[in-house]
Write a protein that binds this ligand. Structure first.
Ligand SMILES: [Cu+2]
Length: 122
């Protein structure tokens, strides 16, 4: 009896681990969608990003000139975008709607116009 308990414990552990692994794989599969976004004075391309509520998407940013920022307060995500270095964010939108984003690293006289929108559908 004593040595059956560890066996049950191991079986439970294996079960939990494989469930976790399956979940991670599922997320990785869904997150297979990578959206590439370039940033330069004073625009993002694309500047409209669409996604679906609950579906993970990877946003991959590249700067074509200088340091920019990406800040989407409505979805609680931000990153610096430094030249020569890809910046990635995993976005799993928890709500549908239209969420403006903007550059939050001052990059010149047109900085205020460096904006875009994330549209999340149900
Ligand atoms: Cu800027």
């Amino acid at each position: 009896m004593r040595d059956r308990i560890p066996a049950v414990g191991v079986a439970v552990l294996v079960f939990v681990l494989s469930a976790v692994l399956a979940e991670v794989c599922a997320i990785a599969d869904e997150a297979g969608q990578v959206i590439q976004i370039t940033a330069k004075r004073y625009e993002y391309n694309p500047n409209t990003i669409t996604g679906k509520k609950g579906v993970p998407v990877v946003l991959e940013f590249t700067s074509l000139d200088r340091l920019h920022g990406f800040n989407c307060p409505g979805l609680g995500i931000r990153t610096d975008i430094a030249p020569g270095k890809a910046a990635t964010l995993l976005l799993v939108p928890q709500k549908a709607g239209t969420f403006p984003f903007h550059c939050d690293n001052f990059c010149g006289s047109g900085h205020e116009d460096m904006t875009g929108t994330i549209v999340v559908t149900e």
